[in-house]
Design a protein around this ligand. Sequence first.
Ligand code: CUA
Length: 491
Amino acid sequence: MISKLPKYLAIFSLLWVLIISCSPQHQQSTFANAGPVAQQQSNLYYLMFWIAALIFVLVQGALIFALLNFRRRERPIPGSDFTVPDIPPKQVHGNTKLEIIWTIIPALILIVIAIPTVRTIYQTYQPPEDSDPLEIVAMGHQWWWEFRYPDEGIVTANELFVPTDRPVRITLQSQDVIHSFWVPQVAGKKDTVPGNTNVMWLQVDEPGNYSGQCAEFCGVAHARMRFRVIAEEEADFNTWMEAMKTPPKMDTSEGYGLFLAHCSMCHSIDSYNENSYEKELVIQDERWDDWYFNQEESVRVSAPNLTHLGIRTMIAAGQKDLTKENLITWIKDPSEFKRGTRMQSVASVYKGGPAKLEDYEIEAIADYLLAQIPDGWGVVKSAGEAVEEEEMLVWNSAKEHGEYLFVNQGCAGCHSLNENEVIVGPSMYGLVDRSGDKVSGLSAEEYIYQSIVYPNEYIVDGYPANVMPQIFINLSEEELQVLVSYLITIK
Ligand code: CUA
């Protein structure tokens, strides 16, 4: 008995693991249904489970009955000590009636399962007619999720905001390989397939956070390709949507410049601007093509939109909570949280290793990103918090102001002031002499101004479009004038 103890313990532990893995308390449990689609899928599961359980009991019961009743027995010969073996039972073969019965019964069971299955497939494909679904495009990327709101012109990543009690139609796409969209408590799974569009819908009953997970092996960081569905009451959802269209407070901190210089080629932060939606779609494809067709040399690749990152709850596609400490670790060395990120292998600031930045610079970028909060956001929610006094900057001359903007707005990260030196974009040396005759009818000042505000309007020969961030339109008119006046003095 003692010697069998380890065996029993092992079996018991295994059963225990199996049982607790079904706990509805787990955030990715398919038993804690939070919406009608998950409920329908669950119903189907329970129907099949109980039919299978019934068949199991009947078949095992018949087996046990036969084992006990028809087991081989020795019969005593009356009046002697001898026994004789049981006479073998009558052998039957090819009982037509029985064979018909056990063919029909499974066929009936399959029909009972097939009808609700096919119905559920159709019901979970499109939202109910006469409903007014929110349209979302979910795009799988290695290894993060892009969420687009085409009707609202919003692009975000890894956190899908939805209103409660309203169907959400999700168009599933992929830019690279097959992924699978799965929010266990709400709906799923359905694959995102490159070059093909799938559709599904979901609806969340109660406000809250619902954990999502890529459910198709898609490469090294597949298990870390998570996301979160954040369901809010309609009014709160609308507040979020409006907030996403509101610019943050203009930030001219050092972190802004560093972000523009090192991060902005891949990460957009301006979903609040007019037409930024169409632009983001084009740029995201260009970033991808850039990398895909020249993986050796490309310094950009498709990447999550970071607009208003400060109001998100997680970073690194759901790996960690969004805290300053985590954000710094993430920027410093992404492989701490997630091995295999394209960010680390592609961006020049990493090229496969930790960021080539000083600690204070990384902190400045983190501060800048955490400050990406829509203007006015959280005023009601955190009314008790002290508002930091804004530092007033004073300039001794327009040139000093221009110089400050040039550095702190990030221009200096890509444009050198030295003759013929190329960092990313053209040098600013002698700009005024080259600008006057670029476009007929435009003075040098006008040409420079246009090029800052609309970077793709006039592209200098030999430089690609869409590399310069299209966000300087948010500078004030005065700042733009100061910057132009400064730039024409560089020679
Ligand atoms: Cu994407 Cu697994």
